[in-house]
Ligand binder design. Sequence first.
Ligand code: ADP
Ligand code: MG
Length: 699
Amino acid sequence: MSNFFHTKIEYLKGIGPMRAELLQKELNMYTYGDLIQHYPFRYLDRTQFYRIAELDESMPYVQVRGRVKGKQLLGEGRKQRLAATLVDEAGDEMELVWFKGVKWMEKSLKNHTDYIVFGKPTEFNGKYNMAHPELEELAEEKQTTSFLQPVYHTTEKLKAHRIDSKVISKYIESLLKIAAPNIHETLSPDLIDLYRLTDKRSALQNIHFPESVEKYNAAKFRLKFEELFYIQLRLLRQKVVRRADLAGQIFKQVPTVTEFYKNHMTFDLTGAQKRVIKEIHKDMTSGKQMNRLLQGDVGSGKTIVAFITMLIAADNGAQSVLMAPTEILAEQHYTGLKEFADRLGIKIGKLTGSSKTKERRELHEQLRSGEMKMIVGTHALLEDVVQFHNLGLCIVDEQHRFGVEQRSKLWRKNPRIIPHVLVMTATPIPRTLAMTLYGDLDVSVIDEMPAGRKEIVTVHRFDSHRLRVFQFVRDQIKLGRQIYIVYPLIEESEQMEQYKDLMDGYESIRRAFPEYQVSMVHGKLKPQDKDYEMQRFVKHETQIMVATTVIEVGVNVPNASVMIIESAERFGLSQLHQLRGRVGRGAEQSYCILMTGYKLSKDSKTRLETMVRTNNGFEIADIDLKLRGPGDLMGTQQSGVLDLLISDLAKDAPILQEARAAAQNILHDDPQLENAEHQNIRRHIQSLSANTVNWSRIS
Ligand code: ADP
Ligand code: MG
């Protein structure tokens, strides 16, 4: 877009400085560009009208055409309201009511005039009414050619200043009038041809004021395609630039890796693990810096892949770090990796916020001298005092994508040559999200479970069936198995109450199973006590482990074969799947029992049904995305990145695929975007990077 779209909105007719400031504060809307990209979130279908006689309480929002016949102010002071009668063509009547802005409505609502009203019908005393309906004079409506009328997102504060959806629509209408000559095509002619895209001008016109269903659909597709295309293009260009610029250490030697394979492996790698290790090894011998994402479902065996990658570095005289987002995860990784490292006599350490000063000093020294080859830890690893002899590999285990700043802190720990980077995700993330958040990385997926694993049998049981569930638990313990019982602990504010749930649960379990030993672990225990309780369970001194979600990570007890999740409706899908992953680690058939009351929301039911139906973490992540939306799924840190203007990552996967393929093809043929064909694209990228407000959403 040319500079026209960088014009401040206050200069648009009818806005002015005061309203501009409000729009800025409330909607983050600064420029003409922001305004024109304030797309409607729904439309009123001007062809769909209801008669008053057809109304029914179950209808959401409906549109009725009629004449206002009489209006009156009722009540006094703060309780004052305005009531008006609307009569439709059939002669049926309905009441319209306002409790707020009463005076202003009283003035502006015209008696004996035809209106279209839009709102939620409710029945009262055998008569339908609508509170605070949207109103439009019929005469006015006839002038617009648009059959779908846009509805725009506003806020209460904006509405209080009379900037409602209709007013925004007016702003956009007048902007579109003056903007037309300034709207330049932002995609290349070959893309427009290939994907049969509508041109930019028509797209903007029709997304706001559709002339027909076809034109509206074409506009929507084109704008989504464009949005996703530019995100992908940017990510893929970063990848190309990095490839061209950044050299990586070459790790050709593999003596210890070979020895490990030959003498110390207690199982065979799965085909998927082998393939992924090959991909990683290829990167590490390419002479370019590796930037790879490793994804795998819970229990798919990412730890051994991480270890072998670190071993490759060690075989070539380089050190490696594995950084985790929390102490518990760091602890889990450390335990997993140490088991392998010990077999080879390789020195591995752990550094977290709770490491003791003396311990730290020793670690720092050993890292600086190069004596310590592998280190696992948290953000504590980023501190400046942590220096390496030759850092060659960084593995980052992420819950949320670490910031660029943080990652570069790790990179700079080798001033000579940037370390290879392997990013692992703690849980599978949906493909569309991975492409958007990690689209600049190469991707490896472990899509196969180790042989001999039995599918975990998952069932949903109501609380009233607890006795039968307990009988099942007893039978399993008699077979020599161990049991987890997990209670939810979700939000800080609820902690006390849930802590009580846990305590009550613990007591009732002890009463129900007096013949067995019960461990209990929760976040409030001191680390030593937690460890002690865990160890009792690990050593099979206890048969039952009662816990909060702290056991979501950090526990590996192959003999535990039953996972009971209490109040399962309160957990997110990915979390349920993570918890379930604590069982099914041994050779025995494992079970996951989801306990709930009878009262369940629609989303809770979907979550429970999904858990019962599938064990596939990627499928579960996809459904979680549809239920929660990308922001909630990935945590607030990422919501900015995923704040798309028009696309929806839960629904637009096919468009995303095409947009990424298109970006890939263009960069393949013309990496610098020098061809005459691609000048629109080049210009648009420059304009995007000049417009910092826009880019901050994505970078
Ligand atoms: P995750 O991908 O969830 O981190 P882990 O790396 O913790 O999974 O592996 C889960 C369990 O499976 C561990 O006990 C590990 O030793 C074991 N495991 C990993 N790979 C294999 C394999 N190829 N065959 C058998 N067991 C394996
Ligand atoms: Mg793991």
